[in-house]
Every structure is written in C-alpha cells, then in structure tokens.
Design a protein around this ligand. Structure first.
Ligand code: COA
Length: 261
C-alpha cells in the first residue's frame, strides 16, 4: 500500500481498519487525506488479503468534522471546482468498492465527514455521533456529493432542511431518518457491531456482494438502466462456482463454502 500521510491503516484478519488521524483538528479532511483515501481504495478491490473495510476517526470526539477549513479558505473559482471533483471522485471509489465498507461514526460527522460516511456502504454510530452539512455557515454548499447522497438516503424534504439550515442531528434521529444503520453506546461497541456485520457478509458469495453494490448504485446513475444491470449481473452469477456451491449446499443441507470464483 502507498505511504499514507493522514490515515492509520491496519489489516487484521482481512478487515482493513482505516483511521482518519488528525485529532487536533477533529480529523478534518485535507486534500492529502483524500489522496490517501484514493490510494487505498484504488487497491482494495484487487487486494485478496482485504475482505472488508472499517473507516473511523481518531479519538472519541470526531469521525471527521469536515473538510479542513484552513484549506477551504484559500480557494478560487478554478481550484474550487477541482477541489469538489477530487472529493467526488475519491468518494465514488468508496461507494463503488466491491467489498463492504462500513463507517464507524464516533462523534462529529460534519460537512465532508458526513459526506464521507454517506459514501460508505453502511454506517454504524456511537451514541455521541452528530451529523450535519454546515457548509451554509461558511457561505458554501457541500462539494463531495453531499447534496446528492443526503437526498437519496433521507429524502428531499429532510435533506433540504438540513442543507439549508446547517443544523446538526444526533445519532438516534439519524437512525430514524435512515441516514445510519445502527447506534451503539460507545465507539468500541460500534466497531464490534461493524465487525459482526462484516463476519455475516463474509459468509456470503463475494462476487454476488460486488454485484449488489453495482446494482444498488445504478439506482442513481442516469446513464444506466438499473434493471438491465440487475439482469446482466444475475446472469453472471450463474456462471460462478459460488452459484453451484450455494445451490448444492442448500440441497445437501450444509453450509456453503464460497470462494469468490
Ligand atoms: N477544519 C479545520 N479545523 C477544524 C475543523 C475543520 N473542519 N473542525 C474543527 N477544527 C479545529 C478547530 O479550529 C479547533 O482548532 P484549535 O484548537 O486550533 O482552535 C479544533 O479543531 C477543535 O475544535 P473546536 O471548535 O475547538 O471544538 P468544539 O468542541 O468547540 O466544536 C465543532 C466542535 C465540530 C462544532 C466545531 O469545531 C466546528 O463547527 N467545526 C467546523 C465544522 C464545519 O463547518 N465543517 C464543514 C467544513 S466545510
């Protein structure tokens, strides 16, 4: 893996634990952190030693409190567009990853932090998590896909309210709105819950998991027909060894042993 500047990375039993590590600034995202994320996710799909990713923030107070405002404050029109596009491309790599990516949200997930969590497939939060898109307070709007993903996840009515007011919401409300999957009392419990989900997903057919990601993402890809992608993926499944294994195991009343082939 390429050398990382702002992220701690550790592979334990096939789970890649990534920790955004800039605690003194509440793990604010620098451009160089986006480069780290890009380097990591360019490798995850093809790296056979990685089965899943858990992404969290260092410490107890913040997941990520937004893009680094010291960098944002220096933008002009030309590099602002680039800034937004780099963030969008980086987060797309997470969203389209064929292995499960879970955000463990351990505190503030604001601005780019909320956008980062929303790009992950699933979100498990500790009870002190706070979510919001406060860019309007800076005379800005979200630039890393937040206007799109928030609307998809919680619907236009509530998305417009959060985006226009810049209000923060707590973990329970985020769960009620469908923004996150689970709330646990502590960061440790949230990590344990994420691991439990990953272990369950790991017992399923890996090729099918990747295809589910593609099909679900195609819901909001204008240039693609999601039903067609689903039918094509379904047809590709039956060419896999895992399809033969899964159906045989059911008939033989035993657990399947999937190989991702
Ligand atoms: N970029 C750069 N620095 C940030 C930051 C960000 N997004 N978020 C927090 N920090 C820094 C603070 O400037 C402060 O640095 P200092 O100790 O050198 O003064 C440090 O992190 C701790 O933050 P602080 O504001 O003192 O903590 P708090 O508990 O009083 O408030 C927040 C926490 C999250 C409510 C507050 O930090 C905040 O509003 N941050 C900005 C959130 C935001 O607008 N994000 C979207 C950016 S587009």
């Amino acid at each position: 893996m390429a050398e990382l500047k702002n992220i701690l990375s550790e592979n334990k039993d096939g789970i890649l634990y990534l920790t955004i590590n800039q605690e003194s600034k509440l793990n604010a995202l620098k451009i160089s952190t986006l480069e780290d994320i890009k380097n990591i996710f360019n490798e995850v799909n093809d790296n056979k030693s990685i089965h899943a990713v858990i992404l969290t923030g260092a410490g107890e107070k913040a997941f990520v409190a937004g893009a680094d405002i010291d960098e944002i404050a220096e933008l002009n029109e030309l590099n602002a567009r680039k800034f937004s596009e780099i963030g969008q491309e980086t987060f797309d790599l997470i969203e389209t990853c064929h292995k499960p990516v879970i955000a463990v949200v351990n505190g503030y997930a604001l601005g780019g932090g909320c956008e980062l969590a929303m790009a992950c497939h699933l979100r498990v939060a500790s009870s002190n998590a706070m979510f919001g898109q406060p860019e309007v307070n800076l005379g800005l709007i979200p630039g890393y896909g937040g206007t799109q993903r928030l609307t998809l996840l919680i619907g236009k009515t509530k998305a417009l309210e959060l985006l226009m007011t810049g209000d923060m919401i707590g973990a329970e409300e985020a769960k009620d709105l469908g923004l996150i999957n689970h709330v646990l009392p502590t960061k440790e419990a949230a990590i344990a819950k994420a691991e439990e989900i990953i272990h369950k997903i790991r017992s399923k057919a890996p090729l099918a998991i990747g295809m589910i990601v593609d099909c679900v993402n195609s819901v909001h890809a204008d240039e693609e027909n999601g039903y067609q992608i689903e039918a094509n993926s379904f047809a590709r499944c039956v060419k896999s060894e895992d399809y033969l294994e899964g159906t045989a195991a059911f008939r033989e009343k035993r657990q399947p042993n999937f190989k991702g082939e």
